[in-house]
Design a protein around this ligand. Structure first.
Ligand SMILES: Nc1ncnc2c1ncn2[C@@H]1O[C@H](COP(=O)(O)OP(=O)(O)OP(=O)(O)O)[C@@H](O)[C@H]1O
Length: 254
């Protein structure tokens, strides 16, 4: 189980400024193993920063992230390999995170070497399994990222993340530039993968329409704050806060 307790983050307002602004105000939330969660809110509300703190990539200013009650951050925090195995994050610019000179196969094999020390033959086999799992042909093994479409690059990023066999996968939706059918297809694929593999899914989006499809637990964020966290099973009246209703209305759900 992942828990954030009073987790907060501020950033400097500029290189020459002493002032700081709050990207995430203290947030306490629970993410149970194998659950599907969505963090939804407008651009700049702090969703990615919250996710990056959970992923061990952004040190908080206050509070902590707990994995089965063990705190992640200490006074001399250094990002640790075990944590990256536990939580994988697919960030908005996942395609550009792929090394353009590295073949798809090599990219997916990196975590297999790093986390499992697999030999060449086992790596290749596992890599082909992951490509198939992510609806890609095994013949893509030798391709370069530049030889793939945006949607295919996203699937490679997902396959690479799953290679680590994480407990939790954070998917920063960011299908900017993708048309709606492709966004929906990738979302459907993520849900299918979650059901098949069983990781905890934290799905970040500004689109309530996607959040209600993906998640059974929805966290609504606005201006760095957690507005509410609701368990959702199809009935929009569970949302109590006016801002959540604005998002539901904007998506045509109510
Ligand atoms: N490394 C950073 N340094 C300074 N400011 C940052 C940094 N990262 C994020 N911010 C700022 O923190 C605020 C929250 O950003 P964040 O990316 O978490 O929001 P978001 O809800 O994920 O937005 P989006 O949906 O547009 O990705 C924004 O005002 C952003 O400009």
């Amino acid at each position: 189980m992942i828990e954030t307790r009073d987790l907060s983050c501020t950033f400097s307002e500029g290189s020459f400024s002493q002032n700081r602004f709050t990207a995430v105000s203290p947030i306490s939330a629970v993410f149970k193993n194998g659950g599907r969660y969505a963090i939804v809110g407008e651009s700049g509300s702090g969703k990615t920063t919250l996710a990056r703190m959970i992923a061990g990539l952004q040190k908080p200013d206050g509070g902590n992230v707990y994995f089965d009650n063990m705190p992640l951050y200490g006074r001399r925090y250094k990002a640790r390999k075990e944590h990256f195995k536990r939580v994988q994050i697919i960030q908005q610019n996942s395609a550009s995170a792929l090394d353009p000179k590295m073949s798809v196969g090599k990219s997916i094999e990196e975590p297999l070497i790093c986390f499992f020390g697999m030999d060449k033959a086992r790596r290749k086999k596992r890599c082909e399994e992951l490509l198939t799992l992510c609806n890609l042909p095994v013949s893509y093994y030798a391709r370069l990222p530049s030889e793939l479409s945006g949607g295919e690059q996203k699937r490679i990023a997902i396959a690479r993340a799953l290679a680590a066999e994480p407990e939790c996968l954070i998917f920063d939706e960011a299908t900017n530039g993708f048309d709606l059918p492709l966004r929906k297809k990738i979302v459907e694929e993520i849900i299918d993968l979650q059901k098949e593999v069983g990781f905890t899914l934290i799905f970040i989006t500004h689109d309530m329409e996607l959040a209600v499809v993906v998640a059974d637990e929805i966290l609504v964020m606005r201006s760095s704050k957690l507005v509410e966290q609701v368990t959702f099973s199809g009935d929009p009246s569970v949302f109590q806060q006016p801002y959540s209703k604005v998002l539901l209305e904007a998506s045509g759900i109510i």
